[in-house]
Design a protein around this ligand. Structure first.
Ligand SMILES: Cc1ncc(COP(=O)(O)O)c(C=O)c1O
Length: 386
């Protein structure tokens, strides 16, 4: 048996390998507080769970979910974009449901990247932009996100020949892992850049509704002309606490949406129908609870920041996302610092190096954990010898 070369060199997904390490520690009797993964700990509102449950009682709702999703879901996705961003979308041509946005992020590479093609990916960045590219035989080209630039890419520093050769430019604001937010002007600059170099811009926006302190995140599609060159990935995972349900969407340029949707028809067979119906309800129902939920994250953010600062660990206060991006003190690599928290205090965080070379020197701390457990973690951190 011979595994393909592309898989021989493929690392296990960072959180898949971390999971086995943590299971070992647990077996050894350690109580580990997981602040590593960006999975919301809270459930979606009961009305959404009830809707899914009652639709699942219907014997006709257990077949394949349809290659392009049910019309009600595509319409609900378009209605959400209209209501949330004032962006009008054709639910037939400019919207496609995904089995979580990660699936679409990986599959869009199969739709656009030929072997040897290059893709501009943020560094640090969500790993699937690079790994999807590699699976398609492409080559990720890192675009550094630097602290002195607010973790925004300097697009004009990309050499013109590199930009011209690339197929896709990835952007992600509010950003994972840095928690940075971008003004609409940065997204407009990316549209201009894509036009000049004939790129597809993929903007990944799953944290647009996980925001604090009155911050309102934009959609790339609010930029005039964005529909010509861009698609946006979005997700119900973080906005509606539905990470395990696996529902996301791609919206925007109809040629790109169709190419991705057609690719997908050959790979998957759609989303479970009761999940699609409940997702439509989440997108179009009462959104008032999101402010209360975000207030819970905001409180957690402040609990963590207070202890980090008391320990002399620098971190910018994020206005959105589920993450605090904290600077590693002198004398540690990011891996060593994360290991120190794990061994010394039973707190699992993610080394910044998991997100690319420019993530070295940082660790990522997630807010997706019960507030009392976060308090406990911070008590442990307060007395950890560093
Ligand atoms: C930036 C970013 N994009 C996409 C995803 C994937 O989300 P999902 O596949 O649950 O929609 C995540 C999840 O952590 C993320 O952080």
């Amino acid at each position: 048996m011979r595994v393909a070369k592309r898989v021989q060199n493929l690392p296990a997904y960072v959180f898949a390998s971390l999971g086995s390490r943590l299971r070992e520690l647990k077996r050894a009797g350690r109580d580990i507080i997981r602040l590593d993964i960006g999975s919301p700990d809270l459930p979606p509102p009961q009305v959404i769970v009830d809707a899914m449950y009652s639709i699942a009682q219907n014997p006709t709702q257990h077949g394949y979910g349809g290659y392009f999703g049910i019309p009600e879901l595509r319409q609900a996705m378009a209605a959400y974009y209209d209501c949330r961003f004032g962006v009008k979308l054709d639910p037939e041509k400019e919207v496609a449901p995904l089995i979580g946005s990660k699936e679409g992020i990986a599959n869009v590479a199969l739709a656009f990247v030929d072997p040897g093609d290059t893709v501009l990916v943020p560094d640090p960045g969500y790993p699937t932009y690079s790994l999807g590219t590699l699976l398609a035989g492409g080559v990720p080209v890192p675009v550094p996100l630097l602290p002195e630039k607010g973790f925004l890419p300097e697009l004009r520093k990309i050499p013109p020949d590199v930009a011209r050769a690339a197929k896709i430019l990835w952007l992600n604001y509010p950003n994972n892992p840095t928690g940075a937010t971008a003004p609409l002007s940065l997204l407009a600059e990316a549209v201009e850049f894509a036009r000049e170099y004939d790129l597809l811009v993929c903007h990944d926006n799953p944290y647009c509704d996980v925001t604090f302190d009155g911050y309102v995140a934009p959609s790339m599609l609010q930029v005039p002309g964005a529909m010509d060159v861009a698609i946006e990935f979005n997700s119900l995972s973080k906005t509606y606490n539905m990470a395990g349900w696996r529902v996301g969407m791609v919206v925007g340029n109809p040629v790109a949406v169709e190419a991705l949707a057609r690719t997908k028809t050959n790979i998957d067979s759609g989303i479970f129908l009761p999940i699609q119906q409940a997702a439509a309800l989440a997108l179009t129902g009462d959104q008032g609870w999101l402010a209360e939920r975000n207030e819970i994250y905001r409180e957690r953010r402040d609990i963590i920041l207070e202890v980090l600062r008391a320990r002399g660990i620098e971190a910018v206060t994020p206005q959105a996302s589920l993450y605090i991006w904290a600077r590693v003190p002198e004398g540690y690599t990011s891996g060593e610092f994360a290991e120190r928290w794990l061994e010394g205090a039973g707190i699992s965080i993610t080394p910044g190096s998991a997100f690319g070379a420019h993530g070295e020197g940082y660790v990522r701390i997630s807010l997706g954990m019960d507030t009392d457990r976060i308090r406990e973690a911070m008590q442990r951190l307060a007395s950890l010898e560093l």
